[in-house]
Design a protein around this ligand. Structure first.
Ligand SMILES: *[C@@H]1O[C@H](CO)[C@@H](O)[C@H](O)[C@H]1NC(C)=O
Length: 226
């Protein structure tokens, strides 16, 4: 009986200690916490979900049909869903961090300052890009046939090509450092990898949507003059 208990001990040790000054990197992230696995899954799920939804809308008008044939209402429906999933994911992330060990070197005043700066800058990038793109521009309106008149090149798009994704990643990083959690740094790397993969999947597709419109415009111009 005692042997079994001892073997089980690491995973039944109860909540993680509040402060953890171990210098062994293998102790920095507690993979036995279910909340961590849920956060990992949620970070991966969101972009996968919106890309499947958007492609399905583009090819079969799935969401427009759900919105009784109105593409704008369909896009608003998707916007509310993606926004809510984002809030939920952020809550799961913070919940996961609570169950994780804290690393003392991440809790210095300088680290707190860096964390706050990253979080604020990240949120500025996200909010200003939503402002620049508008609701349908932010939430995949292109896939509904709601195209932007021209490419947005004003701030924050003159700083980075994907301010929404990189801004969001910065906020995750800021939160990880603010709470002093190495596990948060690991989840931030996951956020970045997932967003880079999403960009590689999304960018060529949306470029083609706009290229198609340009070809159509050129054809119309020829018809008009011819
Ligand atoms: C981006 O545009 C803003 C104004 O919209 C400007 O203040 C800023 O200097 C520009 N940044 C770069 C890197 O061009």
């Amino acid at each position: 009986m005692d042997i079994v208990k001892e073997k089980l001990w690491p995973s039944t040790a109860g909540p993680a200690p509040l402060s953890y000054s171990s210098t062994t990197p293998s102790d920095w992230v507690d993979f036995s916490q279910q909340s961590l696995i849920i956060a990992i899954a949620s970070i991966l799920f969101n972009p996968v979900f919106w890309n499947i939804a958007a492609r399905s809308e583009y090819h079969s008008k799935t969401i427009t049909k759900l919105a009784f044939g109105n593409p704008y209402h369909g896009c608003y429906l998707l916007a509310i869903t993606i926004f809510s999933l984002g809030i939920f994911r952020d809550a799961l992330y913070e919940r996961a961090l609570q169950d994780q060990p804290t690393l003392d070197i991440l809790t210095t005043p300088l680290a707190k300052l860096a964390a706050a700066t990253l979080f604020a800058t990240g949120n500025i990038l996200v909010i200003t890009s939503m402002w620049a793109l508008g609701l349908t521009g932010t939430y995949l309106g292109d896939y509904f046939g709601i195209l932007m008149d021209h490419k947005v090149e004003s701030f924050p798009f003159n700083v980075t090509s994907a301010p929404m994704y990189y801004g969001s990643t910065m906020s995750f990083l800021g939160t990880a450092i603010w709470f002093g959690k190495p596990a948060g740094l690991l989840l931030t790397v996951e956020v970045l990898v997932v967003y880079i993969a999403a960009l590689r999947f999304e960018d060529p597709f949306t470029s083609e949507i706009y290229a198609k419109r340009e070809r159509q415009r050129a054809m119309d111009a020829i018809k008009k003059t011819g």
